[in-house]
Design a protein around this ligand. Structure first.
Ligand code: KIV
Length: 258
């Protein structure tokens, strides 16, 4: 197991794990200075390409974004989301994970699902590919509106079974998305690998968010998507200044001319 992953697992019950998405070098560089894990998430489908589902994201898009992100990541663990239909069986998952690692130099892959994908996780881990799991709301398979899961006994039992299956088959951590607080707490206490929550309460071992959401670059109305700054406003004012200077011929002065 690579050093960075051991370090992340050791944080369980000691200090919270910070995970954020990045889709390109410039944001990755900033995130890398603060996060334990940088995730090239297939959320880029909705954030950058306006897709109504992550199912439209394909492997080559993920690889191009991950190559750019890799240039900005030095210390964090770099995880790449395997997109929809790229891990339907063991050999497909292994072939695509190997390609991703070879071409992007990412450290690990993330797959969505629990018991359903346990054989895939097992196969990847046996072949030395570190895997981050993802259960709860899994956008690649969810139909209709996203809602929280884990309030009913059936849902909570399924989530626990899924988490245990991922742990047993070698995942080094699990993203819990939109999981009801009590169940996130229960799962986090039950398993030895870290849980990383997104809309899954403070009880998780870490938290992940989409960087574009926390910066205010998206108009996300999702409950958990806390906006820490309205960067759009700042960008807007810089662009407006540039426009005004161009129009009034204040730019470029001699300093900015050859
Ligand atoms: O695609 C993504 O960005 C994700 C995180 C939000 C967990 O899966």
């Amino acid at each position: 197991m690579i050093k960075k992953i051991k370090k992340i697992i050791k944080k369980k019950n000691k200090s919270k794990i910070v995970c954020l998405t990045a889709y390109s070098k410039n944001i990755a560089e900033i995130v890398d200075a603060h996060a334990d894990i940088v995730l090239v998430g297939d959320s880029l489908g909705s954030v950058l390409y306006n897709y109504n589902t992550t199912r439209k994201v394909n492997l080559s898009m993920m690889l191009e974004h991950a190559k750019s992100v890799r240039m900005g990541v030095r210390s964090s663990l770099l995880v790449l989301d395997l997109p929809f239909n790229t891990y339907r069986n063991k050999s497909e998952a292994l072939k695509n994970s190997k390609k991703a690692i070879k071409e992007t130099k990412c450290d690990a892959v993330k797959v969505e699902g629990g018991v359903r994908v346990q054989h895939i996780v097992n196969h990847l881990v046996k072949n030395k590919i570190p895997v981050l799991g993802h259960i709860g709301i899994t956008p690649q398979t969810v139909r209709g509106k996203f809602k929280s899961v884990g309030k009913t006994e059936i849902e909570s039992k399924k989530l626990i079974r899924d988490a245990r299956a991922l742990e047993k088959n070698g995942a080094f951590g699990i993203v819990l998305e939109c999981v009801y607080s009590d169940i996130s707490k229960k799962i986090t206490n039950l398993i030895k690998i870290p849980t990383i929550g997104i809309g899954a309460s403070v009880h998780c071992d870490g938290q992940v968010l989409v960087t574009d959401d926390i910066l205010g670059l998206t108009d996300s109305k999702t409950k958990f998507a806390k906006k820490y700054i309205n960067i759009k406003k700042i960008i807007n004012s810089a662009i407006l200044k540039f426009k005004n200077e161009v129009k009034s011929k204040k730019y470029p002065t001699k300093k900015y001319s050859y």
